[in-house]
Design a protein around this ligand. Sequence first.
Ligand SMILES: [Zn+2]
Length: 274
Amino acid sequence: MSGLFADTHIHLEQYAPEEAERMLREFRSAGGAYVVAVSMNLESARRTERLARQYPGLVRPAYGFHPEQPLPSAEEEEALFAWMERRTALGEAAAAEGAPRPMVAVGEVGLPYYSRQEAAERGEALDEAGYVRLLERFVVFAARHDLPIVLHAVYEDADTACDLLERHGVRRAHFHWFKGSAETVERMIASGYSISFTPDILYEDEIRELALRYPADRVMSETDGPWPFEGPFAGQATHPSMTADVCREWAALRGLSEAEAQVVLLANAERFYG
Ligand SMILES: [Zn+2]
């Protein structure tokens, strides 16, 4: 697919359908190549799948269970995994025909860093073990089907995720909107994992420093839309075209031209999700 930049992490199904349609049209005319649409749970996955069917190639779907919410019931969990199994089976048929794949990655999955912080502030504890067990099941699924995995795992949670990835031999891991200690960053670089930058690369010092340190061949652009941003984006609805701003800012930080940065970031996304 032609284009200059990709939004490698967006919750497209959380926008109203007409808004998603308008945004995708604007994204294409601004030079957008494609979006990777992640899912929150089975209901969200069904909506993501409808979007992927509606915009083949432009919307590349990922399915999983977002960790910043209560754990699913055993029935819900089984239904989600059964549904994902069927998507991977369809994927083999699609690949044989050269059609867009019905599932490009497992995601969004991970560990509940922010929910844990909030629980601690209320003086409560979170059932961490349940989340780790569920994440491990997704990692095993990714390994078995040779799929990339999209992780929500920041700070110390990223180390737990790295342990699971190593245990099951998963090498294609995308830690979206990653933040973490210098030690964790070094570990992830050594493992060859990818990260992505959101529009906060324009104004968050922690992210700008990470952009200078992380290898240029392992970074991508994303929005995590509809999550809202601050700085120059305050008050604006998050739009996949904001990845053009991410490219521009990463280029400035790394001393590249905007065109060079677009080529690098899109090639990284293509290698990971293509
Ligand atoms: Zn997300």
